[in-house]
Design a protein around this ligand. Structure first.
Ligand SMILES: [Zn+2]
Length: 247
């Protein structure tokens, strides 16, 4: 396709990259190990120390090209002069940091008190962007746990949720990935997650429905097998402020 820059143009985009673009180096490393680099995958294991800085410069050069293609005068428009650098920094270190940063440190403790009552946490704010349009998905998450042999501090759930959601996603997959991450860290007997989020690809563009939210949930272990436990979780969530209102 004529809209895709040729290899030669790509390589001229950043004077610091003489041979291969750092994104190519990282991509080849992932492919060599049969890894995956979908939008909602974490690829931090394939990024060496210092490479994120080089990647940020490459992304900025691409955003600069995007702005030029949008016919925005990045030389003379004082508002747009540093936009490429700001956007690159925002993608790699803020809104999509869950792709490039290592998982947060989560220490688990033995469930010494043999607690087996369910508890519910929330709302935990979650922020993501849809993989289709790269515009925000912003919402709240509630987590229900029936503890197993291990427990983790309650603030850790918010850290893991932030790490998982800070990637381009579709909401259903985000919830599944979060469930996998929580299960692997504290091996609960039961886990339930509910996310209610507003999708800016529905309220900012497209059908422009500002009040629609998407709610989805996942139940595993005892929450899946025991209907009364599942009911208890949804009842607890329903009592929470925000759960049934719009933001
Ligand atoms: Zn979208």
């Amino acid at each position: 396709m004529s809209t895709i820059p040729s290899d030669n143009i790509e390589k001229k985009l950043d004077a610091n990259i003489t041979n291969k673009l750092i994104s190519e180096v990282i991509r080849e490393r992932i492919q060599h190990q049969n890894g995956r680099f979908h939008a909602n995958d974490n690829i931090s294991d394939y990024i060496n120390p210092g490479e994120l800085d080089t990647l940020q410069k490459e992304v900025a050069s691409r955003v600069r090209e995007l702005l030029k293609s949008l016919v925005i005068d990045i030389e003379n428009d004082h508002n747009s002069q540093e936009t490429a650098e700001r956007v690159a920094k925002m993608y790699l270190h803020e809104v999509f940091k869950g792709r490039y940063y290592k998982q947060p440190n989560v220490t688990d403790f033995p469930n010494a008190g043999k607690l087996d009552e369910i508890y519910t946490l929330g709302p935990i704010s979650v922020r993501s962007a849809c993989s289709h349009h790269m515009v925000p998905i912003i919402g709240d998450c509630w987590i229900g746990i029936k503890p197993g042999d291990k427990v983790i501090g309650i603030s850790k759930f918010a850290r893991v949720a932030d790490w998982v959601f800070s990637r381009p996603h579709i909401q259903e997959e985000a919830v599944m990935i979060l469930a996998d991450e929580i299960e692997s860290r504290c091996e609960p007997k039961g886990l339930a997650i509910l996310v209610k989020a507003k999708h800016y690809c529905m309220c900012w563009r497209g059908v422009k429905e500002p009040n629609t939210s998407m709610i989805n949930s996942i139940v595993r272990g005892d929450f899946r097998h025991d209907a009364s436990l599942k009911q208890e979780f949804f009842e607890l969530v329903k009592q929470q402020p925000n759960a049934m209102s719009c933001y």
